[in-house]
Design a protein around this ligand. Structure first.
Ligand SMILES: [Fe+2]
Ligand SMILES: [Fe+2]
Length: 214
């Protein structure tokens, strides 16, 4: 069941500043573009994108109390920076306010800030669209990241983690360990896809790819 887009927009207008709604709409457009480029479900990607920042402007106390009521464990980084919880809490709001049940959409919302090892391609799309939508700027590094994402989601994810983490280091901000785990997972997923492609292209003619991937 698809969400009622106009109902979500109405809710956003009452709960989120105008500039953030513009960001959300750009994430929606970019997520649709990425989903189409990677043969993923465009409609589901658009829904997850539209819902991804529902809890962005909840106060830290509200984020903490909703997360705790849901049994989400609050580690040291989340306790120091509860705003990171807006992704997890956003998925709870999507479920309770808009009756979203699709686990792929809920995970896309949940994973949009820190990612998650083994996340689905749709989650990768929302993670990337949020970090790289055109409103984030047009510096050379961002342009290059967008180029990579058009052809390789996993490479896009680990490079985007590197980009985000280097900015956090420069600004002496905390890094949540889940982002490092996401980066390591995506790096390995990317290299195993590449290895499979190399084996495939170097396989002798007439042989099947039965051994590919082990
Ligand atoms: Fe967000
Ligand atoms: Fe966002």
């Amino acid at each position: 069941m698809s969400i009622d887009r106009s109902a979500v927009l109405k809710w956003l207008q009452a709960n989120v500043p105008k500039a953030r709604i513009q960001h959300i709409l750009r994430v929606e457009t970019y997520a649709q573009e990425l989903a189409a480029q990677h043969a993923l479900d465009v409609d589901k990607s658009a829904q997850a994108a539209l819902l991804h920042d529902l809890a962005k402007y909840f106060k830290p106390e509200k984020l903490l109390s909703i997360a705790q009521a849901e049994g989400i464990s609050i580690d040291l980084v989340l306790a120091a920076n509860p705003r990171l919880l807006h992704a997890e809490v956003g998925a709870i709001v999507a479920r309770d306010q808009f009756q979203v049940e699709d686990p792929e959409i809920l995970d896309g919302i949940r994973n949009h800030t820190l990612g998650q090892p083994q996340m689905s391609p749709l989650s990768c799309v929302i993670f990337l669209a949020d970090s790289l939508e055109p409103g984030r700027g047009d510096q050379a590094e961002l342009k290059q990241l967008r180029k990579v994402c058009a052809s390789n989601l996993y490479q896009g994810v680990w490079l985007t983690c590197d980009f985000t983490m280097s900015r956090l280091i420069q600004n002496r901000k905390l890094i949540h360990p889940r982002m490092i785990m996401t980066r390591n997972w995506a790096l390995q997923a990317d290299s195993s896809v590449k290895q499979r492609k190399e084996i495939k292209t170097s396989a002798p003619r007439g042989k099947t790819a039965r051994t590919i991937g082990g």
